[in-house]
Design a protein around this ligand. Structure first.
Ligand code: ZN
Ligand code: ZN
Length: 289
């Protein structure tokens, strides 16, 4: 099993700590023998759309080779967050709403992404990976949070602009407990994944198949420090594979350089779980049904 694609890469234009330079990304992906790859900086709400404009400028200035693509990573947010950004309603926040409004208590339950089809077209965005990055509920109850994560993932899979479900169930461990209030403290529940109901995973597989969308094998997540989470996810993906779900691979680079070791370890794990190159598709390939 050779990894031939990498469709989840952050550059220094991403709103977070990501720091890779475009020319390094191109040089290293070529060196790794990656055949198709793409940039996916974060777009959370319209507030940080200028980051994507900057990423696009860097991308074009790099004279991108034909196998280097331009994508984005969207988050799931509450419609009220988009409305507040549109109305400029954040002066009292005291901080820039780069990540939306994470101390909100009045969630509408109406989910949204922070970019429109027109913006996707105008910015030359070839594909969109969508991932859950925080709870959209004030509940601190573990089961309620797991349900909220499930609903967000389902929303992303069903969203017409989203091509790939990024890092399934990632960050759930951080969500349990009051995510915002305790974000700087020890509250991480590394066992949260054990409580994910099988029905949720079956429903996600069903939605991926119906929508013809791919699920992402995220190397940063499976290569993380917790072997139980890797085992859980690889087993889950192997089960989805049996049902016909197809996948993309993304290493979710936030560092300045890629890790060859991570790619090699991931190739081994994927081979152990029965994956082959044929299980992976290009994210902009429409209609995988
Ligand atoms: Zn993400
Ligand atoms: Zn990412």
């Amino acid at each position: 099993m050779k990894i031939k694609q990498n469709f989840h890469i952050h550059s220094q234009r991403s709103c977070d700590s990501a720091c890779a330079k475009i020319l390094d990304i191109i040089a290293e992906m070529e060196e790794f023998g990656i055949e198709e790859y793409g940039l996916t900086d974060h777009i959370h709400t319209a507030y940080n759309l200028p980051d994507i404009v900057s990423a696009r400028r860097d991308y074009l200035a790099s004279r991108p080779p034909a196998n280097f693509h331009f994508g984005v990573e969207v988050s799931c947010v509450d419609q009220r967050e988009c409305d507040r950004v549109a109305a400029g309603d954040y002066t009292a926040w005291g901080d820039e709403p780069v990540y939306g409004f994470r101390d909100m208590t009045d969630y509408t339950g109406q989910m949204a992404i922070g970019i429109t089809p027109d913006e996707i077209r105008e910015l030359g965005i070839e594909y969109v990976v969508g991932g859950v990055h925080w709870p959209l509920t004030v509940s601190e109850d573990r089961d309620a949070l797991i349900r909220n994560y499930f609903e967000q993932q389902l929303f992303l899979v069903r969203h017409p602009s989203v091509n790939v479900l990024a890092h399934p169930w990632d960050s759930l461990a951080h969500a349990v407990g009051n995510w915002y209030k305790y974000r700087d403290r020890e509250h991480i529940d590394l066992t949260a994944f054990r409580f994910i109901p099988k029905e949720y995973n079956d429903a996600l597989a069903q939605a991926l198949l119906e929508e013809g969308k791919a699920a992402e094998v995220n190397l940063a997540v499976i290569g993380g420090a917790i072997p139980e989470i890797r085992e859980y996810l690889l087993k889950l993906f192997a089960g989805w594979k049996q049902k016909g779900v197809r996948f993309t691979i993304g290493d979710d680079l936030h560092n300045a350089h890629f890790s060859k070791e991570l790619f090699e370890r991931a190739e081994q794990w994927l081979a152990e779980w029965g994956f082959t190159e044929n299980d992976f598709v290009l994210p902009f390939q429409q209609n995988l049904k």
